[in-house]
Design a protein around this ligand. Structure first.
Ligand SMILES: NC(=O)C1=CN([C@@H]2O[C@H](COP(=O)(O)OP(=O)(O)OC[C@H]3O[C@@H](n4cnc5c(N)ncnc54)[C@H](O)[C@@H]3O)[C@@H](O)[C@H]2O)C=CC1
Ligand SMILES: O=C([O-])CC(=O)C(=O)O
Length: 327
């Protein structure tokens, strides 16, 4: 094993289906890389701890060289003690017929309690990503309840939507997913999200020109990406898990290791940029470098973009209003 000090990674909802895909990949080195040992600090509810112990037995049986230890707990302060990174997955998933925002009241209290624990126990430079839905607003609740923890280090996941769109574009235009640059999903991880190809390029050309089908973009691509989660629930009878875990790993990996000048979509605290109200957790284009993300600035919006942005930002404001007692 490498001589490096292990990184401590908290993962909540460790007995759940996303974590069943996520934990093994973290232990394999997919987040911090092949030379960095990790300790997994696993949080779940008391009634789920036996199941978490079962997952730990399986982690042990993989003999991962980088897995330097595990902690199993139902106490958020224990889970967040001295962490370098945290994946906030634990919360109730939606089932058929629900929208993600229907989970607001069910899951909001979880993030209030965990915000207080994060504030008490985590390293101040720990990187946090919220996956549990409604992810953007849960991340805002987490930040509001961790007043001594840097808000910049609290983010929410919109990367699954980003990845979903890349595959659809690549297949429509006969490109490789890696060819596509300057693409972003703005706003809320909900049906109002805005998959925006205005700036997107591939092989030195505008993606919109390569595809040349604005009607397909507006009427097929945008709604397909926005409702993909529901389509998976319909087909699988359960919400997406392996692809969600993969997106969470992409999000954290890129934040830590950088994106080489490329845009990725992350939901981060709004600074007021593009007139998005300050404090909302909003999907934006960012470039990651040296362990930080930088919001892409200086973009100008056409009327369609303005309309789409207003819709998704408006929904985030409504969600904020609905949980105002927890902020
Ligand atoms: N942001 C995104 O793109 C995506 C988000 N999700 C969301 O991720 C969340 C988890 O999904 P699954 O793993 O499929 O759900 P799951 O139901 O399989 O697992 C959730 C786990 O969280 C645990 N949990 C509940 N309350 C907790 C608390 N207070 N502290 C710690 N653990 C707690 C449960 O005991 C359970 O083990 C859901 O909210 C789901 O909607 C799912 C897919 C994509
Ligand atoms: O749709 C859901 O409830 C799960 C999710 O967030 C997704 O797959 O995007």
């Amino acid at each position: 094993m490498s001589a490096q000090t292990p990184k401590r990674i908290a993962v909540t909802g460790a007995a759940g289906q996303i974590c069943y895909a996520l934990l093994f990949r973290i232990a394999k080195g997919d987040v911090y890389g092949p030379d960095q040992p990790v300790i997994l600090q696993l949080l779940d509810l008391p009634q789920a701890l036996d199941a978490v112990r079962g997952v730990v037995m399986e982690l042990e049986d993989c003999a991962f060289p980088l897995l330097a230890g595990t902690v199993v707990t139902d106490d958020p302060v224990t889970a967040f003690t001295d962490i370098d990174a945290a994946f906030f997955v634990g919360s109730r998933p939606r089932t058929k017929g629900m929208e993600r925002r229907d989970l607001l009241s069910a899951n909001a209290e979880i993030f209030r309690v965990q915000g207080e624990a994060l504030d008490k126990a985590a390293k101040r430079d720990a990187k946090c990503v919220v996956v549990g839905n409604p992810a953007n607003t849960n991340a805002m609740i987490l930040a509001a309840n961790a007043p001594n923890f840097p808000t910049e280090n609290i983010t929410a996941m919109i990367r699954l939507d980003h990845n979903r769109a890349l595959t659809q574009f690549a297949s429509k235009a006969d490109l490789h997913v890696d060819d596509i640059e300057r693409f972003v999903v703005w706003g809320n991880h909900s049906p109002t999200m805005f998959a925006d190809w205005t700036e997107a390029e591939a092989k030195g050309r505008k993606l919109s020109e390569i595809i040349g089908d604005e009607t397909w973009y507006r009427e097929t691509l945008i709604p397909q990406v926005a409702t993909r989660g529901a389509a998976i629930i319909e087909a699988r009878g359960a919400s997406s898990a392996a692809s969600a875990a993969n997106a969470a790993i992409d999000h954290m990996h890129d934040w830590i290791h950088g994106t080489d000048g490329k845009w990725v979509s992350m939901a981060v605290p709004s600074t007021g940029l593009y007139d998005i109200p300050e404090g909302l957790m909003v999907g934006l284009p960012v470039i990651c470098k040296d362990g930080h993300y930088e919001r892409v600035e200086g973009l100008e919006f056409n009327d369609f973009q303005k309309e789409m942005m207003a819709r998704t930002v408006g929904e985030l404001e409504e969600e904020r209003e609905a949980v105002s007692d927890l902020l």
